[in-house]
Design a protein around this ligand. Structure first.
Ligand SMILES: NC(=O)C1=CN([C@@H]2O[C@H](COP(=O)(O)OP(=O)(O)OC[C@H]3O[C@@H](n4cnc5c(N)ncnc54)[C@H](O)[C@@H]3O)[C@@H](O)[C@H]2O)C=CC1
Ligand SMILES: O=C(O)[C@@H]1CCC=N1
Length: 268
């Protein structure tokens, strides 16, 4: 079985990037429909419904902001019967919350992509409840069309995985900016620093992805003993500075997910 008809509720940055990826991977635009109360057109000429459609779909992809869940849940529920799987990309919204809102669904999936799905490079974290083996396979296929499928067998680590793989691009973009800002602080023209930082990260990550060496080994291959790179690495490694900073960063993002899961009052 494959998901042939998917209704998207909340067609924004994230679900738009997912559709870009699915279309690039060969899906036909007719596979997707969008439900939005005010939009008349969306990218790629997908069909837009301004009211809840009286139709059935293999899957509903929920992509509104988490704070908007209860604004759409009551209207959407009648569309999600025993033939429809609920796929949610909402950060900090648990499977139990999805089950409560859409109790009759064929199954519930937390599907955590990142924006690189638009180029087929998203590590997609997945957690499900209620799926049979065939439907779980269909979700795996859907994820693999836009990157990789990483199933979690327990929801406990979902917020941490979201912080790492979903929010991660935000942290990497900040790192690229910071590299460029550092070089600018030291005298390089800003535009040139940004160009070099971005091209360097692109090349370094592409190489790491296809190298037989781990990132730790690659760092050693760059650093000549007593040379320039080692001096720079010593700054990052001093007292575990970089690891500590990134642990704090991931902890803050992860814990925000748990806070959001407690309910609308916690959603800032
Ligand atoms: N942006 C990212 O990199 C990632 C976002 N996510 C999740 O994706 C979800 C959406 O985030 P973004 O795409 O960044 O936000 P966004 O603001 O770009 O998208 C939300 C969309 O929902 C639409 N919307 C609002 N009310 C609606 C309604 N009543 N009916 C139908 N559509 C409605 C908005 O017009 C907008 O297009 C969030 O829950 C977030 O946690 C998950 C992973 C990564
Ligand atoms: O910032 C957020 O809450 C969402 C979840 C992962 C990426 N964006």
């Amino acid at each position: 079985m494959a998901f042939r008809r998917i209704l998207i509720v909340g067609f924004g940055t994230m679900t738009g990037a997912m559709v870009d990826g699915w279309l690039a991977a060969g899906s036909d635009a007719s596979r997707f429909e969008v439900c939005h109360p005010s939009k008349t057109e969306v990218a790629h000429g997908l069909t837009v419904h301004n009211a809840w459609p009286a139709d059935t779909y293999d899957a509903v992809l929920l992509g509104v902001k988490p704070q908007m869940l209860d604004d759409v849940a009551a209207g959407l529920e009648p569309l999600i019967g025993p033939g429809t799987v609920l796929l949610s990309v909402l950060g900090g919204v648990t499977i139990d919350t999805c089950k409560t809102r859409f109790a009759r669904a064929a199954g519930w999936v937390r599907f955590m992509p990142n924006l690189a799905c638009s180029i087929g490079k998203s590590p997609n974290a997945l957690f499900e409840a209620g799926l049979d083996a065939e439907t779980r396979h269909a979700v795996t296929q859907l994820a693999e069309e836009i990157g990789t499928a990483e199933w979690l067998e327990s929801e406990d680590q979902f917020d941490l995985v979201t912080a790492l793989a979903g929010s991660g691009p935000g942290f990497v973009y900040r790192f690229i900016d910071a590299l460029a800002a550092g070089a600018t602080n030291l005298g390089l023209p800003e535009q040139q620093a940004q160009r070099l930082a971005l091209a360097m990260v692109e090349g370094a990550s592409a190489l790491a992805a296809r190298s037989e060496h781990s990132p730790a080994q690659l760092a050693k291959r760059v650093a000549s003993p007593g040379g320039m790179t080692q001096k720079g690495l010593d700054v990052l490694d001093d007292g575990g500075a970089l690891v500590n900073l990134l642990t704090d960063c991931l902890r803050a993002a992860r814990d925000r997910g748990a806070e959001m899961a407690k309910g609308p009052a916690a959603k800032g």
